[in-house]
Design a protein around this ligand. Structure first.
Ligand code: B12
Length: 136
């Protein structure tokens, strides 16, 4: 049987339309062998988590540039615990260095601050895939 590829849901919560970064990231991940599902713009957190379950993804990446990351991550924490899910979730976009620790305290496996290079993000997901023994 073919090995399962590592699948990532890239979610875009919040009311803003900043979608260039998440699309660039989606292409970089696909180019590196990942399966990627994109939620589309302006999806509520409960819908993003629902999509993650429906698509049986291995990880969720939230792209947030609106400045509302702490509120959205609080919602993420509540939604994940309400559904008793252990899917790793990662945050990136426009994230000030000073907020990284707070986001991780809310349950994110990692938060990548503004200015993080694409290679670093791709390498991080490769590491997660290896830990879960998934191909990319
Ligand atoms: C381009 C841009 C726009 C474009 C958006 C076009 C589009 N379709 O995306 C336009 C002109 C429409 C726009 C509008 C606005 N914008 Co604007 N915009 C920017 C700008 C200059 C660049 C964003 C960008 O595309 N970067 C290029 C991409 C490739 O990089 P990136 O998004 O950072 O993504 C990379 C990484 O962050 C990372 N990444 C991204 N997502 C994820 C997810 C995960 C899981 C991981 C691991 C990594 C990751 O990987 C990506 C690739 O390397 C930023 C400032 C900035 N320098 O970030 C402001 C900025 C985001 N905008 C801002 C604002 C305020 C607005 C407006 C509200 C302005 C206004 N008053 O009208 C409007 C909102 C309109 C709307 N409906 O949303 C603010 C947000 C403030 C805040 N966070 O508190 C910023 C930060 C500017 C500022 N310094 O004030 N904007």
């Amino acid at each position: 049987m073919a090995e399962k590829r590592f699948k990532i849901l890239l979610g875009k919560p919040g009311l803003d339309g900043h979608d260039v970064g998440v699309k660039v990231l989606a292409h970089a991940l696909v180019d590196n062998g990942f399966d990627v599902v994109y939620s589309g713009l302006r999806k509520p957190i409960d819908r993003i988590v629902g999509m993650a379950v429906e698509n049986e993804v291995d990880a969720i990446g939230l792209s947030i540039l609106s400045g509302t990351h702490l509120v959205l991550c609080e919602q993420m924490k509540d939604e994940m615990s309400k559904r008793d899910l252990a899917i790793p979730w990662i945050v990136g976009g426009n994230i000030p260095d000073d907020d990284v620790a707070a986001i991780e305290r809310l349950g994110a496996m990692a938060a990548f601050p503004t200015g993080t290079g694409l290679d670093e993000v791709v390498d991080y997901f490769k590491k997660l895939a290896k830990e879960k023994k998934r191909t990319v």
